[in-house]
Write a protein that binds this ligand. Structure first.
Ligand code: AMP
Length: 355
């Protein structure tokens, strides 16, 4: 495609912090951003040229949005399939590919997809009843984790099953179709942020090492403490996924690094990712700018990392520490403008670079 010239309008589905940071990056390249969200007063809306507040299933409102933008992207993967269909029917160019969104919405489809692409995963089985759960547990063994197939994120919708006896009643408690995964006694967690342009060019950022607390990312550090073989394996997996989907934009894959140095893919996010926030200061091109470049048909930017990195998430009331971080010359602070600091809510992040 011809590159979208400055002055073009980028449409973003979703109004959260990822949309906010994408919007800021797009503005820096001379684009206007229009946000489509079902949430009034969203973090992204407050930094964007235009906002459309509407339902994700309102085909007429989506068609109106489609006519006012040059390309549409998303900042969350749980976009209903009908939303992408309505936008495409109205003539919008949508990136990334809605197929990638659809697969990433369902943990079972996602892991099946990885397996079919030759990418190792934790052992997993689909579970649609207590009997399925009992059978899956007999095959996979305990400990294991029961997760909802859909609409789970940041550790929500998960039940840890320590021993077979704990499984009684677990399916009812989950309350939705699920996936049982063998518990991986991993050495560490890593993620790769990759991008593919309209021209097929692919770029990788250095591997992120991630720590979670309560299922939510709390800290990302680079360089990750892994060998070159692990990094190459993560790149290889990302390349396969990007090429199979003809993907355009930034994509993230999260992995467990096992004690024998092999990787098991946990999930993919067809979007920019929390573990890549450090790229704003720590790489020559941020993941947000990279995504906008890709979907606008611009050449990808260099991903070179300029320093050692520590990124800390400010979750819930941790954001109250903004004064301390504001006074720390080593801390680059980002606050997302969320009105209230509910427990478990991502309120901001801090990046520290070590030269
Ligand atoms: P998820 O919502 O699938 O990203 O899971 C959130 C976090 O829970 C992961 O980052 C891991 O720390 C942990 N977790 C999820 N699945 C597994 C698994 N199969 N084995 C071990 N830990 C897991």
């Amino acid at each position: 495609m011809n590159p979208l010239p400055p002055g073009g309008v980028i449409g973003i589905l979703g109004g959260g912090q990822l949309g906010r940071m994408l919007s800021i990056a797009a503005a820096q390249l001379g684009f206007d951003v229009a946000i489509y969200t079902d949430e009034p007063d969203s973090p992204a809306a407050r930094v964007s040229a235009r906002t459309f507040v509407g339902n994700y299933l309102d085909a007429a409102a989506l068609a109106d949005f489609a006519r006012r933008v040059d390309v549409v992207t998303t900042e969350f993967e749980n976009v209903p399939a009908q939303t992408a269909e309505a936008l495409i029917a109205a003539g919008a160019r949508v990136a990334p590919n809605p197929n990638a969104l659809a697969i990433a919405q369902d943990r079972f489809d996602e892991k099946s997809y990885f397996a079919s692409a030759g990418i190792a995963t934790p052992p997993f089985r689909a579970v649609a009843s207590q009997a399925d759960l009992d059978a899956a547990l007999a095959e996979i063994g305990a400990p294991a984790i029961l997760k909802t197939r859909r609409l789970g994120y940041d550790g929500r919708g998960q039940i840890r099953i320590g021993a077979a006896a704990d499984a009684a009643g677990a399916y009812e408690k989950l309350g939705a179709p699920g996936i049982l995964e063998g518990f991986c006694a991993f050495e560490r967690e890593v993620s790769i942020i990759a991008a593919r342009g309209w021209d097929g060019a692919i770029a990788f950022y250095d591997l992120n090492e991630n720590e979670h607390a309560g299922g939510i990312l709390s800290r990302t550090t680079l360089p990750a403490r892994v060998g070159a073989g692990v990094e190459r394996a993560a790149q290889d997996a990302a390349r396969r996924v990007l090429e199979a989907f003809g993907y355009v934009g930034v994509l993230t894959i999260e992995f467990f690094v096992m004690p024998d140095g092999t990787l098991a893919a946990n999930e993919m996010a067809p979007r920019v990712h929390n573990s890549g926030h450090w790229t704003i200061e720590g790489a020559l091109t941020s993941q947000f700018e990279q995504h906008i470049r890709a979907i606008a048909g611009w050449p990808l930017g260099p991903t070179t990392r300029v320093a050692g990195v520590e990124m800390l998430n400010l979750i819930g009331e941790n954001a109250d520490e903004w004064r301390r971080f504001a006074a720390d010359p080593d801390a680059r602070i980002h606050l997302y403008g969320k009105r209230d600091a509910r427990a478990g809510r991502k309120m901001g992040h801090v990046t520290k670079l070590k030269f």
